[in-house]
Design a protein around this ligand. Structure first.
Ligand code: NAD
Ligand code: UD1
Length: 334
């Protein structure tokens, strides 16, 4: 089976592309390199005799998309390509609408016209807004406090509308919670983000620099230790979720949470990082971050029942693998 992976040189896309290749799928990666390093392709392809083909390009480029579908018989699409900074989305909402929503609209329309059978979409826990945790897929989309989350909710809507109109492709929407970790063999990891990135990226920065500190956004939430609670999930588990979703895709549009089902506070994550990796993280508790919610973790029962998926790795694996590639100062440009 030949699969087009948009955003396949990014963090989750690269881990998924490698897993697909290792399982014998043919993989075409389409990525505009706006948030990825071209060297990732070589790292993916060094791991298996089965090589991914790379097309440098943008999902907004309809002529290019048509050419890719004309030149290759594609059976399934996994659509990761998107901008993902909540902070930047508040500063530049139009950019997020254009890239994430209009980009997805162009891609899904061509997929529908081409009669592509399977389509898997990267959605986010962000669509639940401040709905009470654990959230199930039926929890309903809450009031979403940032344009990034709203862009994902809009994409979900337009995917459903397109399926309703064309009856193709069959669509799986995967709502991931807080993805972290790295490939356990040290081949792939999350690149440093222009906005400083997520909590794990900030922990790694503080641990590596040995100067500075981590600012914890809020110590007065209604949680056992007062800090925000999230559901951290290992990128290898998320990648495996995509392979299962592709293999078990059903007719229609189906939505699944990919989370561990366990909430971890900011202080707990720091504590675990320190214990597992034997490094010290200096921190200071400051005010809450605008747009943050108190608690977010998943009920992923549906993914277990229908896809046979559950998180197999825990936060000890996550903090170990996140740190092991950065320890010793791996050159991120290679
Ligand atoms: P990433 O930024 O590492 O990867 C996204 C990739 O898409 C990058 O390689 C980037 O260059 C590419 N890209 C962006 N816009 C593009 C465009 N218009 N055309 C072609 N390529 C484009 O992000 P990630 O963490 O791997 O996330 C992948 C997907 O999962 C995204 O859709 C993101 O919103 C979603 N998601 C991520 C998380 C998380 O915790 N990382 C959580 C929930 C959902
Ligand atoms: C949010 C979205 C998630 C999305 C991600 C993209 C929700 C529920 N989740 O994650 O779906 O994929 O953005 O970026 O909307 N924190 C600190 N100090 C820091 C950084 C973070 O204390 O320096 C805290 C935050 O306040 C939060 C937790 O750590 O409590 C996790 O934050 P972060 O890693 O930024 O991810 P979310 O905002 O949860």
């Amino acid at each position: 089976m030949r699969v087009l992976v948009t955003g396949g040189l990014g963090f989750i896309g690269s881990h998924t592309a490698l897993m697909l290749l290792q399982k014998g799928y043919e993989v075409i990666i389409l990525d505009n390199l706006s948030n990825s390093n071209p060297a990732v392709l070589g790292r993916i392809n060094s791991q298996t005799g089965n090589k991914a083909l790379f097309v440098k390009g943008d999902i907004l480029d309809v002529a290019l998309l048509k050419e890719v579908f004309r030149e290759h018989e594609i059976h399934g699409v996994i659509h990761f390509a998107a901008l993902k900074s909540v902070k930047e989305s508040i500063e530049k909402p139009e950019r997020y609408h254009l890239n994430n929503v209009v980009g997805t609209e162009r891609l899904i329309r061509i997929c529908a016209e081409q009669g592509i059978g399977r389509f898997i979409f990267s959605s986010s826990a962000a669509v639940y807004g401040s709905a009470a945790s654990p959230v199930t897929e039926n929890s309903g989309i809450g009031e979403i406090p940032n344009p990034y989350g709203r862009s994902k909710a809009s994409c979900e809507d337009l995917l459903k509308t397109t399926h309703f109109q064309y009856k193709k492709p069959d669509i799986t929407i995967l709502r991931y919670f807080n993805v972290a970790g790295a490939h356990p063999d040290g081949i792939l990891w999350e690149e440093a983000q222009p906005d400083g990135g997520n909590l794990m990226s900030h922990i790694i920065r503080v641990a590596s620099e040995k100067t500075g500190k981590l600012y914890i956004y809020g110590g007065d939430y209604d949680t056992p230790d007062g800090t925000g609670i999230r559901d951290y999930i290992h990128v290898m588990d998320v990648a495996r979720g995509h392979v299962l979703a592709l293999e078990k895709q059903k007719e229609g549009v189906h939505t699944y949470n990919l989370g561990s089902g366990r909430g971890t506070s900011v202080l707990e994550l720091i504590q675990t990082f320190q214990e597992v990796n034997g490094v010290d993280i200096r921190y200071e508790i400051t005010g809450r971050r605008i747009g943050d919610i108190s608690v977010s973790y998943a009920d992923s029962t549906r993914a277990l029942d229908e896809l046979g998926w559950r998180a197999e790795l825990d936060i000890c694996d996550i903090v170990r693998d996140s740190w092991s590639h950065s320890e010793g100062g791996v050159d991120m440009s290679k």
